[in-house]
Design a protein around this ligand. Structure first.
Ligand code: AKB
Length: 365
């Protein structure tokens, strides 16, 4: 079906004199097989049961077909994950196992989400080194051997106290003070090295804090997700960052659209392999002010812990002008519509789903 659509699209594009931009895009998004036909890419997502994996699979499955997007992790999946499309066990520390998956499933693109985030990485440095550094060695080498296009996310956490924080440009000093940040700088550099040395199609976006109704695990920006769950359930929240801690953020839909557009961007548009992307920057008190419109009696207090030190070394405002210039990155969600979507999503899918609709905190939707 997809092949037929693409073939027709390509024919129509040529016949109707469609711009080369569209033709390039069709070609970038698809793979030529030996018979010269185009087919959708076969995509493997590692760390698929983390914050981004399931939603990323959902988006890519609408584009390329359910059977072409394989979600993987070492965690036992729930029923919904199994029913939504292919799900397999993949341990990123097992190189042979990864080779077998790529060969058996004829993988073309690898989206590598497996990682320990900033706060949890500090609690288990040896594990973070294994997952975030050895894991990246494995997938980069794998992508080289099998000529895969590979996406590895980086982060605002790849910067540190010596970096300019407002704004933080695409290329500047990077001296992070967390193992998470160090491992992400390493991923950026080894990916770029493989690109220059071996022609590996390595693509990397530095994401800010990503906000989704699915809870993330172990990050410094997680307060901006946890607050929705807690505040809607109880009308209260204790924030582990100071009220004026400004950090770059984006809604998950923008984040995954950025990832997909970047994966499809024609090679000749990419002046770099690593780009900053963002949508907004806000502080806990600005988020609380916005959320109070929905929960008028919301009560938030502030008890900074060691995550404050991490946040204080990170960018406050992220300069993503190079992504906007080179491959036309544009965000859609600002603080107001992000809060509106999050309130509805968390209320419907988490609070009401557990409690029934009568026991929620008094909210105005
Ligand atoms: C974290 O807080 O560790 C992550 C990130 C910004 O990379 N959300």
């Amino acid at each position: 079906m997809f092949r037929k659509c693409i073939t027709t699209l390509v024919q129509n594009a040529f016949c109707s004199g469609t711009s080369t931009h569209i033709i390039q895009e069709i070609c970038q998004r698809s793979i030529h097989n030996t018979a010269g036909f185009v087919r959708p890419p076969k995509i493997l997502i590692t760390g698929g049961l983390g914050q981004l994996g399931t939603e990323c699979a959902k988006l890519l499955r609408t584009q390329y077909g359910s059977e072409n997007v394989i979600l993987s992790d070492i965690i036992k999946p729930n029923q919904a994950a199994v029913e939504s499309g292919p799900y397999i066990f993949a341990d990123i520390l097992d190189f042979k196992g990864l080779q077998k998956i790529v060969v058996d499933h004829r993988v073309d693109w690898l989206i590598h989400f497996s990682a320990l985030l900033s706060a949890v990485g500090e609690q288990n440095v040896p594990l973070a080194v294994r997952v975030n550094i050895e894991g990246v060695h494995n997938v980069i080498e794998l992508a080289k051997q099998y000529k895969l296009r590979i996406f590895v996310p980086s982060t605002i956490g790849a910067f540190g106290p010596d970096s300019p924080r407002n704004p933080t440009p695409n290329v500047t000093i990077q001296r992070p003070r967390t193992i998470y940040g160090v491992s992400k700088v390493h991923a950026e550099l080894i990916g770029e090295y493989y690109y220059h040395k071996f022609g590996l199609d390595f693509r990397c976006l530095r994401f800010p804090g990503v906000i989704s109704s699915d809870p993330p695990g172990g990050g410094t920006t997680d307060y901006a997700v946890a607050i929705f769950h807690e505040a809607l359930r109880t009308g209260k929240y204790t924030c582990y960052l100071k009220p004026n801690t400004r950090l770059p953020m984006m809604y998950i839909e923008d984040c995954l659209r950025a990832l997909h557009e970047f994966m499809c961007a024609p090679d000749d548009k990419l002046k770099r392999r690593v780009y900053n992307v963002t949508a907004m920057s806000f502080t806990p008190e600005e988020l609380v002010e916005c959320l109070s419109k929905y929960i008028p009696n919301l009560h938030v207090n502030y008890k900074p812990d060691n995550r404050q030190l991490i946040a204080d070394s990170w960018p406050q405002v992220f300069d993503d002008s190079e992504a906007r210039r080179d491959w036309n990155w544009q965000h859609k969600y600002d603080l107001n519509n992000l809060v509106d979507f999050m309130v509805k999503d968390v209320q419907e899918n988490y609070i009401n789903a557990v409690n029934g609709s009568d026991t929620r905190a008094t909210i105005k939707i």
